[in-house]
Design a binder for this molecule. Structure first.
Ligand code: ANZ
Length: 816
């Protein structure tokens, strides 16, 4: 064994060994012990960033530790390979997106391997591979058949620089998330996936995810946004038409002093648009798409339609306004406005001088706020006055139902998912159009629909649309001229089901090989908190779709979820634009992969943010160097098998043993139960200190010392796999450490060496004494007889009998 710790040689050697012996390959026949551990796969940007390293260090720790407790671990890795940056690179550097992507995959794979992650590379997938996306197209056609996808003209967020549609979440402060361009509103035909048909199930099954963080579950619940209320019809004066509103506060209906409709509500017809004021208002507001988040902050603006509605209960006339704060896509796109009890309505009413009528008063306090939002007691509400809000809602609904002017209604905030993008580097949507616009699926046997390789990015807009031949085909059903769909899928489509394909990436007959179904669900999923809503919701949705297609048997894709925190530098997130990134390659070069991994695991609990620190990296490096030095020292002593111990101290040995087994207990709990990996490392660092201390006192390689070192190596091996691998062999073992069993704490070693014994005289408690465990009966009797408190009662008496219960009590029976 070398005296110096040289991480580079050690790490290369270990990686080579693992690769040659194929130690990370999964035995899929061992389903009984299966453990599917998955870290979110990366977009192949070319560079692994520190957030990836954190995600993957956590995943690899969990994988390796589970292997050691006898699980058959499957830990795959792949590439979320479609997406806009490849296309932008093609435009800027004149390199084909597929070449660019392949090059990046190669370099990132190398970086992952340099970090020593134990992936089963035989299961690697790339979503840009036709072998992958063929199944995506196949599945899309299944959904098309079931009417779970549809094409509809819809208003989109249009990014005029990237020339593409963006999802609401990709619009930040009215600007494109990548380009920074001011987003425009545009109506184009889009493909949608009916996620709304699954709102209820997606919501209710959240409660079954008992190994998911509460915060993520809460975010998903809010995103789905179940809202229970009622719809109410308001007749329009001098018209056959009626306006239906959605409300969660039927108890406030007597306070409705006007109706507000969205700018594209059906009552805003051509006739009304001719009105100058209305026309101007519409012109101004058509350029701005009001998202739900901005709804509460925008300046409330509106225009009177000149029309009035009849209040269904009071029969009073109330004006109908068009208002910018009413969303067209939510509920019915119209609101009964109650300024006294809703802040948006209040702001609007004050601005346009509309009446404010208080109809709810607080139950207990006399204090009335300007806009009272809570439930309370009804007043000025006809026969319903005096009822509680709850009772009011029930009674009013009953009566409205009777007169067919209202009904119960549950609304979800969740909208259908727009899945089409007007870009080249994505999975083609497998349909074709006839001249008359009718839609036909590409026949299954013609899948995959591949992208044309020759593509020109110098035009504006969708390169596929501009390709001279690709889209022109003969209809396979009629032989007539037809055109292909030129939109490609949103890349979230690919990442919604990739965890399934990892299980049988090469299967050309099935999306998921039937005999691999048993490997689901994923036992542990690990990823960034930024994916708490979309990716995880889409994957849950896809899993339910797959279940309904009988591709999988269970309802949820991920049993346990760990959302790792961000990596910060000087209190802010690392990012290129902030110029505060740390390149993992530099760290690996200088200190090695093991140090990088120990630092990342030790610096913070996995779900908390981690603050970058150069000195803490140094600390982790020193820890590994000290481990190396200790191992070297013990190894040398073992080889010399030397002189007698100079301090053969039983007491010390016993204490060391206790420390070792206490550490096993703590680390096991931290890793497998609490998932608090940082405190596990802290405990291992403490143990190392004890071992070093003991070693310095002893000239021999005591068995207990070796036991301690080996336990430490095993428990550290999932975090620092290379150094532990090397030392293990140096200690003379022939089986690699990763194939060893996880250590088990010996409860006997944990019990305290000193115990308390109760001293009784004639059955009465008189004293307590401290003895060492298993001390001889004679010695305990002597100590008990001579302790002060007992002595008092024993003096001048004859001891007739001594009853001794080992390690518990001693009772002297004396004559009275
Ligand atoms: C009358 C009322 C009185 C309301 C009151 C609230 C408080 P959630 O819980 O989010 O579903 N609303 C309905 N449709 C809308 C739309 N398209 N755009 C904007 N606002 C809309 O909220 C439902 C409430 O939001 C409904 O209840 C309605 O206002 C408003 F004191 O009706 B409420």
């Amino acid at each position: 064994m070398d005296k110096e710790y040289s991480h580079k040689i050690i790490e290369e050697e270990a990686q080579k060994y693992w690769g040659e012996k194929k130690l990370f390959k999964t035995d899929f026949s061992n389903t009984k012990n299966k453990f599917y551990c998955l870290s979110m796969f990366p977009y192949p940007s070319g560079e692994l960033h520190i957030g990836h390293v954190r995600n993957y260090a956590i995943g690899d720790l969990i994988s390796r530790a589970n292997r050691m407790i006898g699980k058959e671990v499957f830990q795959p890795m792949g590439w979320d390979a479609f997406g806009l940056p490849a296309e932008n690179a093609a435009i800027q550097n004149k390199v084909h997106p597929s070449e660019w992507t392949k090059g990046n995959i190669a370099s990132m794979k190398k970086q992952l391997n340099n970090l020593g992650f134990s992936y089963d590379w035989e299961s690697e997938i790339s979503t840009a591979d036709p072998k992958y996306f063929k199944w995506e197209q196949w599945f899309f056609l299944k959904l098309l058949k079931k009417d779970l996808v549809y094409r509809k003209k819809s208003e989109v967020n249009w990014d005029p620089i990237d020339k593409t549609v963006l999802a609401n979440e990709q619009v930040i402060d009215g600007k494109g998330w990548r380009s920074g361009a001011v987003i425009e509103r545009k109506e184009i035909p889009q493909w949608f996936l009916k996620i709304s048909a699954y709102s209820d199930e997606l919501l209710s099954s959240i409660d079954e995810l008992n190994q998911w963080p509460d915060s993520v579950k809460m975010m998903q619940k809010n995103w789905i946004g179940k809202s229970e209320g009622a719809t109410v019809f308001f007749e329009i004066e001098n018209s056959e038409k009626r306006i239906e509103v959605f409300t969660t506060r039927l108890d406030t209906i007597f306070g409705a002093t006007f109706l507000a409709v969205s700018p594209n509500h059906f009552i805003v017809d051509d006739n009304l648009k001719k009105d100058e004021k209305v026309g101007n208002f519409l012109k101004k507001h058509s350029s701005m798409k009001v998202s739900e988040e901005t709804l509460s902050t925008v300046d409330k603006e509106g225009v009177y339609t000149g029309m009035n509605a009849i209040h269904p209960l009071s029969k009073k006339k109330i004006p109908i306004w068009i208002a910018n704060y009413v969303l067209s896509g939510y509920g019915t796109g119209s609101v009964m406005s109650v300024p006294a009890h809703d802040e948006r309505d209040y702001e609007f009413a004050i601005k346009y001088n509309l009446p404010v009528e208080i109809v709810i008063k607080p139950k207990n306090s006399k204090k009335e706020t300007k806009v009272f939002l809570d439930d309370g007691v009804l007043r000025n509400s006809g026969n319903y006055s005096g009822m509680s809000s709850r009772e009011g809602r029930e009674e009013i609904l009953k009566d409205l139902k009777k007169s067919k002017l209202g009904n119960n209604k549950i609304n979800y905030r969740l909208r259908d998912w727009g899945i089409s993008r007007q870009r080249y580097w994505g999975c083609p949507i497998p349909v074709l159009y006839h001249d008359d616009g009718s839609i036909y699926p590409i026949p299954e046997e013609q899948l995959p629909v591949e992208l044309p390789f020759d593509i020109n990015f110098s035009h504006d807009g969708n390169p596929l649309e501009n390709h001279p031949e690709w889209k022109h085909i003969k209809c396979p059903y009629t032989g007539k001229d037809a055109t292909r769909e030129t939109d490609t899928f949103d890349t979230f489509f690919e990442s919604s089901w990739y965890y399934l394909r990892f299980l049988s990436p090469m299967d050309s007959e099935n999306l998921l090989a039937p005999d691999r179904k048993k490997w689901l669900p994923v036992d542990q999923y690990i990823g960034g908190i930024e994916h708490a809503i979309l990716h995880l919701l889409y994957a849950r949705f896809f899993h339910k779709l797959m279940r309904d297609e009988k591709i999988v048997n269970n309802p949820e894709p991920f049993s346990a979820l760990l959302s790792q925190g961000m990596v910060l530098n000087q209190g802010i997130k690392m990012s290129k634009s902030k110029n505060n990134t740390i390149d993992p390659n530099d760290i690996i070069k200088k200190y090695g992969a093991d140090t990088a991994r120990v630092f990342i695991i030790f610096a913070a609990p996995p779900d908390q943010n981690l603050e970058w620190s150069d000195s803490a990296i140094e600390g982790s490096y020193k820890f590994l160097k000290r481990l190396w030095m200790l191992s070297y020292s013990i190894n040398s002593k073992k080889k010399m098998e030397a002189e007698e111990s100079n301090v053969k101290d039983e007491e010390n040995l016993k204490n060391l043993k206790k420390k070792i087994h206490n550490t096993i207990k703590k680390v096991t709990k931290d890793i497998f139960e609490r998932k608090n990996f940082n405190t596990a490392v802290a405990a291992m660092m403490e143990l190392l200190n004890e071992l070093i201390k003991f070693n310095s006192l002893s000239a021999r390689s005591e068995d207990t010392l070796i036991e301690g070192l080996e336990v430490l190596l095993k428990m550290l091996s999932p975090i620092a796999p290379h150094i532990t691998h090397k030392i293990w062999f140096e200690l003379g073992h022939t089986v690699p450490i990763m194939s060893e069993k996880w250590p088990i704490a010996d409860e006997d070693a944990l019990t305290d060496a000193n115990i308390e014994i109760i001293v009784q005289i004639n059955g009465k408690l008189r004293s307590k004494i401290i003895v060492t465990q298993d001390e001889s009966e004679n010695s305990v009797t002597e100590k008990a007889r001579n302790c002060d408190k007992a002595k008092k009662h024993l003096d001048n008496k004859t001891i007739e009998k001594v009853i001794y219960v080992k390690n518990k009590l001693i009772n002297f029976v004396v004559n009275q």
